[in-house]
Design a protein. Structure first.
Length: 418
């Protein structure tokens, strides 16, 4: 169990400048996307404007952050011995000017600390790593990109790459390190990736998350900022999946990939494997007709699960061009082939589209369809799955598909027997 200590911060401003590959680079103005949190009559709310672009959340004073943590502790009545405080923010945590002060104060609470995603760009002196460890930091998620200092300087705008890497070594030798690398073809893959993995393994890092670089709107750039880097063609999904498999075979590091996949526990969609079909017998029977509208990556897995549930005659799965389901926007629905949709359509719970707009777009052919939201997630990706067993993944997926089936049976058109 983790309590978030949000220090705030704005990408590009509170991280010593954008990394070249940063998701938020080139974002100039945030248009209201629409989402499930919007009011019924208005497209746009804090979630789908300010929050999604993280443009207005300045670094917060340490007393404010600590106060929020203390409130969470009091309100939560936590009894878990594995409780940690996760220090994270929109900027780079290592650039938070009060980091040592905050960790010292949290340490007095007697709760270990997990430093959320940081690139280490704020570390000018590797000794800071030792200080943070003495303040109770027991776990860190560190964006390494590459252990080649020249590449870090060029691609991450790291002013002191050698110190950042020395700090990473200190962390890896003393506490639990989950490293992360956004993989850019021809830059930090190939031999460079092998060098990085070798170094991380020698230092004692526990895990490495490989993150597929996104450069186009269909890959997830929904803030009008494509392409992030002109002339770079990201790995295809199959190429990226093969890379994750290859690296996993070569190293003892816990390797996961996002948006897919986890070689150890078969996330995402472990339920799609034939060896796990027995779990599906526990789920309720599908009794209504509906279309599951989802992402290009998720669709083949969901189709397999629906097939194994013997529900292909009732439920079809329709994939839009977007790779990630929760990043589907109204633009994806505008391009949908409505002839492929049944009278009930379930869209991802976290899709960035207003409910009313989704209904208007998916009924624009004159068919009076019911458009509803499914669960927020149907599985987990490599950023979450690396701490889970296969049974943990299956358990989460069973909960999600139970919710999905309940939605299908509630909103769908009831199939009557002849």
């Amino acid at each position: 169990m983790q309590i978030i200590a949000d220090v705030g911060g704005i990408p590009g401003k509170d991280c010593r400048g954008y990394c070249k590959y940063c998701y938020f680079r080139k974002v100039k103005e945030t248009t209201a996307l629409g989402c499930k949190n919007c009011s019924p009559g208005k497209i746009g709310c804090e979630t789908c404007t300010v929050s999604v672009s993280e443009t207005k959340n300045e670094f917060m004073p340490p007393f404010f952050v600590l106060g929020n943590v203390q409130n969470s502790l009091m309100m939560g009545n936590f009894q878990d011995n594995d409780l940690k405080i996760n220090i994270s923010g929109g900027g780079d945590v290592s650039c938070y000017p009060h980091l040592l002060e905050l960790t010292s104060q949290i340490n007095q609470l007697g709760i270990p600390i997990h430093m959320g995603y940081t690139s280490g760009k704020g570390i000018d002196d590797a000794k800071i790593a030792s200080d943070l460890i003495s303040h109770g930091v027991e776990e860190i998620t560190f964006t390494v990109f590459s252990t080649d200092a020249i590449l870090r300087k060029k691609w991450m705008s790291d002013p002191t790459p050698q110190e950042s890497l020395k700090a990473l070594q200190i962390f890896a030798e003393n506490i639990e390190v989950h490293a992360a690398s956004v993989i850019i073809p021809g830059v930090n893959d190939g031999d460079k990736l092998y060098e990085t993995c070798t170094q991380l393994e020698n230092w004692g890092a526990k895990a490495l998350i490989l993150m597929r670089f996104a450069n186009y709107e269909n890959q997830g750039l929904i803030l009008g900022n494509e392409p992030i880097i002109k002339g770079i063609e990201p790995h295809t999904i199959s190429e990226f999946g093969d890379l994750v498999k290859e690296i996993n075979k070569e190293f003892d590091l816990r390797i996961t990939g996002t948006p897919l996949y986890d070689p150890e526990n078969n996330a995402p969609f472990a339920l799609s494997l034939n060896k796990n079909k027995e779990y599906l017998t526990i789920l309720p029977q599908i009794t209504s007709e509906a279309t599951i509208l989802t992402s290009k990556i998720a669709a083949p897995f969901i189709k397999k699960i629906i097939k194994n549930l013997d529900a292909e005659d009732l439920v079809n799965v329709y994939a839009v061009e977007k790779d990630i389901g929760c990043l589907i926007t109204y633009k994806d629905l505008e391009k949908a082939d409505l002839s492929q949709l049944k009278e009930t359509v379930l869209i991802p719970g976290r899709a960035f589209v207003h409910d009313k707009q989704a209904t208007e777009l998916l009924t624009s052919d004159g068919v009076d369809r019911i458009v509803a939201r499914g669960p927020n997630k149907l599985s987990v990706d490599g950023e979450m799955s690396n701490t889970l067993t296969e049974y943990d993944v299956i358990e989460k997926e069973m909960e999600a598909f139970y919710e999905l089936i309940e939605a299908i049976n509630f909103f769908g058109v009831r199939k009557t027997s002849e």
